[in-house]
Ligand binder design. Structure first.
Ligand code: ADP
Ligand code: MG
Length: 687
């Protein structure tokens, strides 16, 4: 008898080394598999012939392999490239190319008939299928069905995943539906078991759609109920009322090297008003990249520290924690407050004398615990119970991913007095979500960019334009301004991305012997990353090659040229975030989107991002970007991570709110428990 708890490793017909691969996807039991949704359904019912193909289309063809070859890429060590030429009844041929699937050459043979499904791309004026999904025709004619496609890991094929999923849906009925039959009836939604069967193996596109709606509803409902619970808990709590220290704060503002924008003033004012109340604040500052959120947060932190109370300022990475330390220690030097930095790499303190110094971790911990540090800056680790704050009154979270619901909950359970809570995000919040959030969070928006910022000119350029790029680098460096070169995201795992960065670093080092070229990537230890960025900040490195690790938050106003290689591989919001690393000073900035794709779809998409500097417009592009068969789009940074739902699901937000509002508090509580047991926490954390 198989059940929800049956380990995948115990299933028959599954070789042990394959069964183990499921563990890498964090799938241990059949229930885990059941709740691991496909990200796409390949529609094998709509086939095209090769002579009809055009770049940019999503297609399925039925063809025969005429040539097959696998080789190691010469320019990227460790990469295998498998090439197939296929022909179909139209007599036309096309190339299919796969990266890093070395086993392919063994499982495919010349003469095999295949269904190939994927997006047509163009390379050197020739069409090709890049990493298409392939299927050999089997007894059940696949081409009559919608086929699920799952995120996978190396060495685990779609076919093997489907085999497990077939068994998983057998036990779907055993999972209790968190929503009663009556409620489902009035919601006009299918049962959970039916939804699970239909999302994995849909009988029709219509049923697939209904399944997705039902599962998104559960995801959003689970999130909404958690938010409501967190708010309810917060409102019961008592927070310290922290009065506005007008004289000191005004003097702080006067000594800034710039004038605050009006939006910054308003945001600061709103926060100062909130923290003056004995009710815990939950506020989000939303402002596009470069809008100047940090200084507002620092100002508020200062006001709190002046009252001998404590602030935790949490950055998403060590590099950003260092950056905030740099900003805060500069702006607060000599202002009578003590601050500290604590990361896995560094421990620093600055006292009223304004001299930052390196100390031991133990000293920082001791001084936080005796209350003499007013502002502690660090990564999420500073919210662990090992860091004892006797008087934590304000928590600031930069580059907030999940609107603070979860962290907030963790903090609440630990304390009698609830700290005020402020989060910062560059993710634009569409009106629909803002309305939803407004019930639970207050939002301050910084829309204005600081005055005197010249626009960023964005240009799309082709691949054989090394000279254009190199000239731009030469000119930028000659003006003593700095350059970022972002290397493309090759595959989901960043190992190849790292190689691309190293290769580009070598090329630029040779091409520019008279300037300093540095490199950062995710596989580097954090302290090395910090050092490289520190050198970049001090202009000891003029050209910085990087993977997307610099995407979030880095602020070096002297950088004015951004080169994004393989631009078509990035999501539009990501391109906007990356571009936001330049245009932060007073000199004009340039951004190049480099791509070798000439297809109109790719070009138009990049052109749209190039044409706008408005984050909200870019976000809307992002939401509209998903293909018809996609169940979920690219992960958007800075949003709650649902498996299926996204911000486009406005109609569902409304239904979820109505549904929850009609429940009694204890019903809400029970439903929340049931939903969270179906969507274990890891499902929310999984990238
Ligand atoms: P983000 O909102 O993306 O986190 P930052 O807080 O890093 O932006 O600020 C970006 C840059 O703009 C910093 O160098 C900061 O010193 C500067 N800055 C902030 N506010 C202003 C202002 N009102 N006028 C000019 N420059 C400002
Ligand atoms: Mg920032």
């Amino acid at each position: 008898m198989i059940s929800l708890q049956t380990p995948i490793t115990s299933l028959p017909r599954l070789q042990p080394h394959i069964a183990k691969k499921f563990g890498q996807l964090q799938l241990v039991t059949l229930q885990d598999a059941l709740l691991y949704f496909p990200f796409r359904h390949e529609d094998f019912r709509h086939q095209t012939t090769i002579d009809q193909l055009a770049a940019g289309q999503d297609v399925t063809i039925h063809a025969t392999i005429t040539a097959l070859q696998s080789r190691r890429a010469w320019h990227r060590r460790g990469t295998t490239i498998t090439n197939a030429t296929v022909i179909d009844d139209s007599g036309a041929k096309i190339h299919a190319i796969w990266f890093n699937l070395p086993f392919l050459a063994k499982s495919l043979h010349v003469g095999d008939h295949l269904f190939l499904s994927g997006t047509v791309t163009e390379k050197n004026q020739r069409l090709q299928l890049h990493n298409p999904v392939y299927e050999k025709p089997t007894a059940t004619p696949l081409h009559e069905r919608l086929i699920p496609v799952y995120r996978t890991t190396e060495g685990l094929s779609q076919r093997q995943i489907r085999l497990v999923m077939k068994q998983a849906i057998e036990v779907a009925e055993m999972l209790t539906d968190p929503i009663s039959a009556n409620q489902l009836h009035s919601l006009r939604m299918m049962s959970l078991a039916e939804a699970l069967r239909q999302i994995h193996f849909p009988e029709s596109p219509e049923l697939a759609h209904q399944a997705v709606e039902r599962l998104k509803f559960d995801e959003l409902l689970g999130w909404h109920l958690r938010v409501l619970a967190s708010v309810a808990a917060t409102h019961q709590g008592q927070a310290p009322a922290i009065p506005f220290r007008e004289i000191e704060v005004r003097s702080f503002v006067q000594q800034l090297p710039f004038e605050l924008t009006n939006d910054q003033r308003i945001a600061a004012w709103q926060i100062l008003q909130d923290v003056a109340q004995p009710k815990p604040m939950s506020r989000l500052i939303q402002g596009d990249v470069g809008s100047g959120k940090t200084v507002v947060a620092t100002l508020v932190a200062y006001n709190v520290a002046l009252h001998q109370r404590q602030v935790a300022f949490v950055a998403p990475t060590v590099v950003l924690a260092e950056q905030h330390w740099g900003t805060a220690s500069r702006l607060l030097a000599g202002r009578g407050v003590s601050l500290a930095l604590l990361t896995g790499q560094a421990a620093k303190v600055m006292d009223a004398d304004g001299q930052p110094r390196d100390v031991t971790r133990a000293e920082v911990l001791r001084r936080v615990a005796d209350g003499s540090i007013g502002l502690l800056i660090g990564t999420h680790a500073i919210l662990q119970p090992t860091v004892v704050f006797p008087d934590l009154s304000l928590v600031i979270i930069d580059e907030q991913q999940r609107f603070g619901v979860d962290q907030r909950q963790a903090l609440l359970t630990a304390r009698t007095e609830t700290p005020h809570f402020l989060s910062l995000t560059a993710t634009p919040i569409p009106r629909s979500l803002a309305l939803w959030l407004s019930g639970v969070l207050s939002v301050s928006s910084i829309r204005q960019k600081p005055a005197g910022r010249p626009p960023i000119t964005t240009t799309i350029i082709g691949p054989n334009t090394r000279s254009v790029i190199d000239q731009a680098i030469t000119k930028t460096v000659a003006r003593h301004e700095q350059v970022y070169v972002i290397t493309p995201l090759i595959e989901e795992s960043d190992t190849l991305g790292v190689r691309a960065a190293l290769t580009e670093h070598r090329r630029l080092t040779e091409a520019f012997p008279h300037t300093t070229v540095g490199v950062v990537h995710g596989a580097m230890p954090a302290d090395e990353r910090v050092q490289v960025l520190e050198k970049f900040r001090r202009q000891e490195i003029m050209v910085l090659v990087s993977t997307t690790v610099i995407e979030v938050g880095i602020d070096v106003p002297n950088a004015t040229l951004m080169v994004i290689e393989g631009a078509e591989r990035f999501g539009v919001s990501q391109l906007h975030q990356l571009r936001g690393r330049v245009g932060r000073g007073t000199a004009p900035s340039t951004c190049f989107f480099v791509t070798d794709q000439t297809s109109p779809t790719v070009q138009q998409r990049l052109a749209k991002v190039a044409a706008t500097s408005d984050g909200l417009a870019v976000a809307e592009l992002d939401y509209n970007e998903r293909g018809a068969g996609d169940l979920y789009g690219q992960r958007q940074s800075g949003l709650p991570t649902w498996q299926l739902a996204s911000l486009t699901d406005q109609h569902l937000f409304e239904r979820v709110q109505q549904f929850a509002a009609a429940l009694e508090p204890d019903e809400q509580h029970q439903l929340r428990q049931r939903l969270s047991s179906h969507h274990p926490a890891q499902a929310f954390h999984r990238e």
